[in-house]
Ligand binder design. Structure first.
Ligand code: ZN
Length: 104
């Protein structure tokens, strides 16, 4: 892949939406390309701002009840119930996204 190809991957990478192999390949390119690094930092800043752009919303009562029930189940250590009754999707840890402090 070349610089232009990697640029196509910057937006999905800023949202952690790349396959692991693609992300690794892009990370290797970022080590050598200041332009892509700068663009990724700008994209990540924009993606982070999206969280603040959404209007706060009250959850529906049944959603609220499910969340509270799940929290109670976790508190009592009954995690198996929480996982079985609610579709809890484990999130993969965020990649080390700060390319500026990487290796420090
Ligand atoms: Zn590049």
């Amino acid at each position: 892949m070349e610089h232009q190809d990697y640029q196509q991957l910057l937006v999905p990478h800023s949202l952690d939406a790349l396959e692991v192999s693609e992300a690794r390949e892009l990370e290797a390119h970022l080590e050598t390309c200041a332009e892509c690094r700068a663009e990724l930092v700008a994209l990540r800043d924009g993606a982070a701002l999206l969280a603040y752009a959404a209007q706060p919303a009250e959850p529906r009562p049944e959603v609220r009840a499910r969340i509270l029930e799940s929290v109670r189940a976790e508190r009592t250590g009954d995690r198996s119930t929480a996982v079985l009754t609610h579709k809890v999707v484990p999130l993969r840890p965020r990649a080390n996204w700060n390319v500026w402090t990487k290796g420090l």
